[in-house]
Design a protein around this ligand. Structure first.
Ligand code: PMV
Length: 334
């Protein structure tokens, strides 16, 4: 298969870079991501804010394969890569694209994955696994991949994993900064220095991003002006939240997150399980709480003013059904 035609001139030019084979080991890392605000409306070109979330991450290790085939070794599947289940088609595509685009030697590789990112919870595990693997292959061949090239490969691979989306997931998998994003504009990275803790709670229920995106589309077809107004409001909250972050105003940020959840409810992408965890966070003193990502399952996020409050909120969210929680201080300056 030749893929040069699909590549931009910039990518093709850079694929001529010299590489050498490192017979030892290649390593690649990737983090999870959290959509702070603006999911769903971002599909219709309203703004959203997303952050890299380093508490859950993934490592890929590449070594020469002892067989004649590429081998994938993970909790989910162990065996010949090309025989992997359909759900891993994005990985097959990413490996093929990486080797062919950069004209790397096609030696049989053993790719092993260790991940603490729960699958299907809106934390970007699918795009992150691709990023980690592509980075590990490039490290193995001592090929210096640019962010642009990485983003291109992830985008191509993820087209298989999901139906057409806003692109925020694939962008975040390779971005090390928080971003404010609109589909039709360049993403804008920014510093996230708010004196507050972000808690992420896994509802234990697989998120249904594809179903939720199509549910919103159907609702929009049925009630166009209602849905447009909801999305326009969410877009305004996102811009106000961006301002609140720049002013280190955690109270305002929390308030806007809560409003965002209320409006996501209007789009019918929450469910009783998520609402129960959101309510528990509010009652335990969260400054704000909402679902994150596609919804109909997945994760809930909450904002806490200090560590003690964050710990209480985490407990309350677990009592309400969350199976796992993480928390992160949001002021990177400290
Ligand atoms: O992949 P998730 O569950 O984090 O959701 C992606 C966010 C959506 O706005 C629902 C879809 C999209 O492509 O932006």
């Amino acid at each position: 298969m030749t893929i040069d035609k699909q590549l931009s001139p910039k990518l093709s030019e850079q694929s001529l870079v010299q590489t050498s084979i490192n017979p030892a080991v290649g390593r690649g890392y990737a983090h999870s991501k959290i959509i702070l605000m603006g999911e769903h409306s971002v599909v219709y070109d309203f703004p959203a804010i997303a952050l890299p979330f380093n508490k859950a991450k993934i490592e890929a290790i590449v070594t020469p394969s002892l067989s004649d085939h590429h081998i994938l070794s993970s909790d989910y599947y162990h065996g010949v890569l090309v025989n992997a289940p359909e759900a891993l088609a994005n990985i097959i595509r990413a490996v093929t694209l990486t080797l062919e685009s950069f004209k790397l030697p096609n030696l049989p590789l053993h790719i092993s994955i260790q991940s603490t990112i729960p699958v299907g919870r809106g934390m970007g595990s699918s795009a992150a696994v691709v990023v980690a693997i592509v980075r590990a292959i490039c490290d193995f061949y001592t090929f210096n991949i640019s962010d642009y090239q990485l983003h291109f490969i992830v985008n191509q691979a993820e087209v298989i994993a999901h139906e057409s989306t806003s692109g925020i997931d694939t962008l975040m998998a390779s971005s090390s900064s928080p971003i404010i994003y609109r589909k039709s504009k360049q993403p804008v990275p920014f510093e996230f220095n708010v004196d507050a803790y972000l808690i992420v709670a896994d509802s234990g229920q697989e998120g249904q991003t594809k179903e939720a995106v199509s549910k919103v589309r159907l609702l929009k077809e049925d009630k166009p002006s209602f849905v447009h107004n909801v999305m326009r409001s969410i877009g305004e909250f996102v811009l106000q939240a961006h301002e609140a972050i720049q002013n280190n105003d955690r109270i305002e940020l929390g308030r806007l997150m809560t409003y965002n959840h209320y409006y996501l409810n209007q789009l019918e992408v929450s469910n009783t399980r998520l609402d129960r965890i959101v309510n528990a966070a509010w009652i335990a003193g969260a400054l704000g709480a909402k679902l994150t990502g596609g919804g109909l399952g997945g994760c809930v996020i909450a904002l806490a003013e200090d560590l003690e409050s964050a710990q209480q909120i985490e407990l309350a969210m677990r009592d309400a059904g969350a199976v796992q929680t993480w928390s992160m201080f949001l002021n990177g300056k400290d």
